[in-house]
Design a protein around this ligand. Structure first.
Ligand SMILES: [Zn+2]
Ligand SMILES: [Zn+2]
Length: 861
């Protein structure tokens, strides 16, 4: 049952409804109302695919080719060869070497066994056609040159040619390596069968029914409505007939193609001879040196054959080592005395060994001819079936025909009954019959039309050569809304969300919840997991995530791991000390959020804000990178354990400070992290600290005229009591400080004015130093207080600090609004964890976070 689901919204389908009709063009350059020179050109949405390139067995030279002038071969994107038979493959070299095919980008594809056999068969073809007449199509060198460029593919391989064109070969039975091609061009599916058989024989599997339903079926119709006799009856009739001929002292001539049915008949004869010891003195000959070479190929590809042959091979009973068959390299070595069975090529007896023997043996009434395959009109094999009294020899002489002539079709083509059944199972909207003579084809068409008369959407076509068939496909698609989604009928312009289900050219949109009820399909949820090695703390991770996604829900999952959930859909878990695990229900939206979270987390290690905030307070980060690395190559906050509430609050403060640092950096570019205040016993000692002091001193010197040192704190920030008291005494809230509070006693008795940070007292704490041109400001990160000699700079910094704080808050608020009610559900939410698949939308009560897409089922039945 071919079912496809597309997207979660009907908007796409509605948008596509404006583009009218798409046309598929099918043109037969051969095998249209005939058997032979198969060549079918498919054109759709600017892509061109050619299926098969054969010659007509009844003609020679250029006349045998398909109508290749009808096509600009440089436009071909792919040339697919179904099997090695000459009527499907022998024109390939000519097309590849003597047309403008090589000017284009098109490639030639065939299965591995076909490519292997094709080479030997074509060498033979070149040899025979060179011997025959002057109008040869190509030589061996050209054949080999083009053969090397053929791309060999596997059965069931999904081959993407590009630009919306892809194909897959399926088993076709028929001969070794034969396949059908399921071709997909921009979503339109065409099944081109080539020659196929639905009967499992001694060595081949039967043709498969591809798992997806094609829109168009291009099907062989060799036997029309004719029914072939069942295999066992046929085999019995065949062996009996041979037994009779040799018993009466006659010779049996079996004209066959070198490869294909010949192998099946050899397997059959070898078996029969083994079972009849009285026959074993009568030789079976196979007059083909080519066949001997190709048996190697057959043995190579035993894995593509059926169970019967593989099990024999596994028992070390190589089925292709015949016990009663002798190979005959040429007729010169053949001693024609007494009864024998002779298999000889070619099958149509137009020339070659089979023709030579026919002319020789025809006058003797003891001899017998058995035609075992389909014989093409205009060939000797076809005309002799009518048992004429005389035949015309290759030299024009009349030869009496007295030998018996029988016809048993072993050709591995579907018969009428099998084809009917196959066509039924494929269920294509358009059936294009090819590879059949006009009368056979017309009969099959008639019987199919009778059958599908009640189904007006099924069309049967029998295009003639060079008369293109245009098939229209509605690009406009109508989708019916069913189930709960139809409770509120959609209005024009509104967006409908649901699953789009395609079945039998009809589309329905339904709620994923209704899927089982209306289609019998089940849904599945895909949980994605991604582990990230990360060397920063949980707090730092959260800080970064909050910066990006606003509020982050926190809790533990079922396994007790710390978990943060962002955007209501992606869980980030502490899975190991230095490892985070991202977990989410796969959907288009969630995958996107997860991608962004992943990108963010991967950048955390190298983020300037992280570096700033994780530098130890007593160290300066400039000029000491090497020392830092040597001292400790781990982040000081790596693997933290927020053991207490105090730790947690401290970390939270750090995260806020980092946010402000990033903000200031964005505005001023030059922001340094410093330590201000002094421990009572601590004196600046290190060279670094000294340098720092000197820098500040210089800055302070230069800024003397800027005015008094002023400290200001953000109006909405928590003011320290001390500062509050000072502020209260002031009219406008600005506190002018001519001396660092609590630091007066520490100020060294230097002649130069004290540096800015020297004036700031209190315990050692983190601060940021901001430069604007030649002015300096210091932000006390603990108290969010700003110190500067420049009133203007101080105010600007203060403003930015307030802004930084507010921005972070309002972003989280915005998200919090969306996730209304989610806060209370946090614990419960994580206990539901993704280990037990839940839809995030079900846990959170808010509409805003509900994501229907997260339950998107994969429907490729
Ligand atoms: Zn064939
Ligand atoms: Zn064929």
């Amino acid at each position: 049952m071919p079912l496809t689901a597309a997207g979660t919204s009907a908007a796409g389908a509605a948008a596509a409804a404006t583009s009218g009709e798409d046309q598929l063009r099918i043109e037969m350059l051969g095998a249209g109302n005939e058997v032979g020179r198969s060549c079918c050109v498919l054109t759709f949405k600017g892509k061109t695919v050619v299926c098969d390139a054969g010659v007509h067995p009844a003609y020679t030279g250029i006349a045998a080719l398909p109508f290749i002038d009808e096509l600009d071969w440089s436009t071909v994107d792919a040339l697919l060869i179904t099997h090695f038979h000459l009527d499907h493959a022998a024109a390939l070299t000519y097309i590849m070497e003597k047309t403008n095919f090589k000017d284009g980008k098109g490639k030639v594809y065939m299965t591995h066994p076909t490519k292997a056999v094709y080479r030997f068969l074509m060498s033979d073809f070149v040899r025979i056609s060179n011997a025959g007449s002057g109008d040869r199509l190509f030589d061996e060198t050209e054949m080999l040159a083009s053969w090397r460029q053929i791309e060999a593919v596997d059965f069931h391989q999904d081959v993407s040619v590009g630009g919306g064109l892809r194909f897959t070969p399926y088993h076709a039975g028929h001969v070794l390596g034969a396949c059908m091609f399921l071709i997909e061009i921009a979503g339109l599916r065409i099944l081109y069968t080539g020659d196929f058989s639905r009967e499992e024989d001694r060595h081949l599997v039967q043709a498969e029914i591809p798992p997806v339903r094609p829109d168009v079926l291009i099907c062989e119709s060799t036997y029309g409505v004719q029914s072939l006799e069942p295999r066992l009856e046929k085999e019995q009739r065949f062996t009996t007939m041979i037994h009779n001929v040799v018993s009466r002292g006659g010779r049996v001539l079996l004209p066959v193609f070198v490869l294909g049915r010949a192998q099946e008949l050899l397997l059959l004869l070898d078996e029969y001879w083994s079972a009849h010891p009285e026959l074993q003195r009568i030789p079976i000959y196979y007059a083909s040196s080519l066949a001997r070479k190709c048996i190697g190929i057959y043995q190579t590809y035993i894995h593509t054959m059926n169970e019967h042959i593989r099990s024999r091979f596994n028992r070390r009973d190589n089925p292709f080592v015949f016990k009663h068959v002798s190979n005959l390299k040429s007729l010169d070595k053949f001693e024609d005395k007494g009864p024998c069975v002779m298999m000889a090529s070619p099958g149509f007896m137009q020339s070659g060994v089979s023709r030579e023997l026919l002319e020789k043996w025809a006058p003797d009434r003891r001899n017998g001819l058995i035609v075992t395959g389909y014989s093409v009109e205009g060939t000797m094999a076809r005309s002799i079936i009518n048992e004429p009294d005389e035949i015309i020899g290759l030299n024009g002489q009349k030869i009496p025909r007295r030998m018996t002539v029988d016809y048993i079709s072993f050709s591995a083509h579907v018969d009428g009954t099998q084809n009917h059944k196959f066509i039924d199972e494929i269920k294509a909207q358009h059936i294009v019959l090819v590879h059949g003579e006009a009368t056979n084809m017309a009969r099959l068409r008639g019987s199919l039309q009778g059958k599908y008369s009640d189904k007006s959407e099924v069309k049967i076509h029998t295009p003639r050569n060079c008369e293109p068939l245009m098939l229209k496909f509605r690009a406009e698609r109508l989708a019916k809304a069913i189930g709960s989604i139809a409770d509120n009928p959609p209005k024009p312009g509104s967006t409908l969300s649901g699953l789009l289900v395609s079945k039998d050219f009809a589309y329905t949109i339904l709620d994923p919840k209704d899927l089982a009820e209306f289609t019998g399909l089940s849904t599945s949820t895909i949980i994605q997991r991604q582990r990230v090695a990360l060397n920063v703390s949980w707090e730092m991770t959260r800080w970064h995530l909050e910066g990006m996604y606003g509020s982050v829900q926190e809790g533990v999952d079922v396994e007790g791991r710390r978990t943060m959930r962002i955007m209501g859909s992606i869980d980030i878990k502490q899975s190991a000390p230095h490892e985070l695990l991202l977990e989410w229900v796969s959907s288009i939206n969630n995958d996107m959020v997860a991608d962004s979270a992943l990108a963010l987390l991967l950048g955390v290690d190298s983020s300037p804000a992280s570096v700033k905030m994780t530098t130890r307070p007593h160290k300066h980060d400039h000029g000491s990178e090497e020392a830092d690395e040597e001292a400790d190559d781990r982040h000081p906050f790596a693997d933290p354990k927020a053991k207490s509430a105090e730790d947690y609050i401290a970390m939270k403060r750090i995260a806020r400070a980092a946010q402000i640092a990033t903000f200031l950096e964005a505005y001023y570019g030059n922001v340094e992290q410093i330590t201000i205040g002094k421990a009572p016993e601590e004196q600046p000692e290190s060279g670094e600290a000294q340098g720092e002091t000197e820098d500040a001193e210089e800055a302070a010197n230069a800024k003397q005229e800027d005015g008094p040192l002023i400290k200001e704190e953000p109006t909405d920030g928590g003011l320290p009591e001390e500062a509050q008291a000072k502020q209260d005494g002031d009219t406008n809230g600005d506190v002018a400080m001519t001396n660092g509070h609590g630091g007066a006693g520490d100020t060294p008795s230097k002649q130069t004015p004290p540096s800015l940070e020297e004036l700031i007292g209190g315990p050692p704490r983190q601060a940021l130093r901001v430069y604007l041109d030649d002015k300096v400001a210091i932000l006390d990160l603990d108290e969010l207080a700003v110190y500067s000699r420049s009133d203007a700079l101080r105010k600007r910094v203060l403003h930015l600090v307030a802004l930084a704080d507010r921005t972070a808050t309002s972003t989280s608020d915005a998200f919090r609004d969306e996730m209304e009610g989610a806060d209370g559900a946090v614990e419960e939410l994580f206990l539901g964890a993704h280990s037990i698949p839940v839809e995030p939308g079900e846990a959170a009560s808010g509409e805003g976070v509900e994501d229907r897409g997260s339950k998107k089922p994969k429907l490729e039945a």
